[in-house]
Design a protein around this ligand. Structure first.
Ligand code: SF4
Ligand code: SF4
Length: 347
């Protein structure tokens, strides 16, 4: 059966395979929950039951293994899970911090992947700075991971610009190139809306429109809660899931249209039973009437889930800036958001 979400074929699935992580990134949703979250892994059996030969043949799917509440390297059966997906011929893209696994573990993993599959490493600096945001990261094991992956699969180095690494972006680019990665991606963070926060770069060229937008949305939400009925009228929700390429299966078996941290959003929590892959097959979850109700809420942001408002809402005063801004230049006027060092899989 062809998987459809809001009448469109699903082209990509995200698997958040675990909520385990050894890091404590300051702005991560799991950091304040540390010690309170029961460790939960997406069961291998559930993946095998969901991703079948028929399903893989009938759908043109790319698989992204990443994490909102955890890092894939901590799933105890990741090799078996990847082996199953690769046996079905599915292309795989992974994102990890690369910490705390040894050479043998990485060699087993890359042996399962094709040269066109990819592993992206979230490394926000060099040895002296990466741990400033990625607290608990282990530099030596990250370097081991990179050395196992380069030249075997497509590799990306993803760096978020913070105040503590903005001075060394050229150095990071040179280091990543010398390590042999295929490309580097330089990202502005939209997580911290306050420009005076110590994580936010001093050079405004690194400030993301999405951070300004988040500040504007939070201010509108506060006004709305304070009794101003029109505060959210100047918000437009532009649903990223209109193109269903990151339907996500979370570590607890919940299925949602995107990979944001919706597990505590009241709208999604109230309907979770209908989205539980342990009880409902994937095609049925995606066909649930709730998604139409969700879509019907987007034109009236005051009625939409808070998660959709904050993730996909654009405040009117930032609409033009959003449209025209090359979001990731790290030098004025230069779009360096992605620098390729080697040709891509297609040449
Ligand atoms: S590595 Fe990812 S899951 Fe782990 S704390 Fe950092 S952002 Fe959260
Ligand atoms: S936050 Fe809501 S509108 Fe945005 S992609 Fe996710 S489900 Fe769709």
């Amino acid at each position: 059966m062809v998987l459809r979400y809001l009448d469109r074929p699903v082209t990509g699935m995200h698997l958040e395979v675990t909520n385990r992580c050894a890091l404590r990134c300051a702005e991560c949703v799991r950091t304040p929950l540390r010690g309170k979250l029961p460790a939960t892994d997406l069961p291998l059996e559930l993946v095998q039951r969901t991703f079948t030969v028929e399903m893989a043949a009938e759908n043109d799917l790319a698989i992204v293994i990443c994490g909102t509440y955890g890092d894939l390297v901590f799933h105890p059966q990741l090799h078996e899970l990847v082996a199953h997906l690769k046996a079905l011929g599915l292309p795989i893209r992974m994102t990890t911090t690369g910490s705390h696994r040894d050479r043998e573990w990485w060699q087993r993993l890359v042996a399962l992947l094709d040269p066109s599959d990819s592993v992206a490493f979230s490394i926000d600096g060099l040895e002296d700075t990466n741990h400033r945001y990625r607290q608990g990261a282990d530099w030596a094991s990250i370097m081991t991971a990179l050395s196992c992956c380069v030249d075997r699969v497509q590799t990306s180095w993803k760096v978020i610009v913070f105040r503590h690494n903005e001075h060394q972006l050229d150095e990071i680019v040179a280091f990543a190139r010398d390590m042999g990665v295929d490309q580097i991606r330089i990202n502005k963070s939209g997580r911290v809306p306050n420009p005076d926060h110590p994580l936010v770069p001093q050079d405004p060229v690194h400030h993301a429109v999405k951070a300004k937008n988040k500040a504007a949305l939070l201010a509108r939400l506060a006004r709305h809660r304070g009794g101003d009925p029109d505060a959210l009228a100047g918000v437009r929700i532009v649903p990223r899931c209109a193109s269903p390429d990151n339907v996500t299966i979370f570590h607890d078996g919940s299925v949602f249209p995107c990979c944001i941290d919706v597990l505590d959003d009241p709208w999604f929590v109230a309907r979770r039973a209908a989205f539980d892959l342990h009880r409902v097959p994937l095609a049925e979850v995606l066909a649930a009437r709730h998604w139409r109700e969700l879509a019907a809420s987007w034109p009236t942001p005051s009625e939409a889930p808070r998660a959709c408002l904050l993730r996909c809402g654009i405040s009117d005063e930032l609409w033009d800036e959003y449209g025209g801004d090359p979001r990731y230049p790290y030098r004025e006027g230069v779009d360096n958001r992605r620098i390729r060092f080697k040709p891509g899989p297609g040449g």
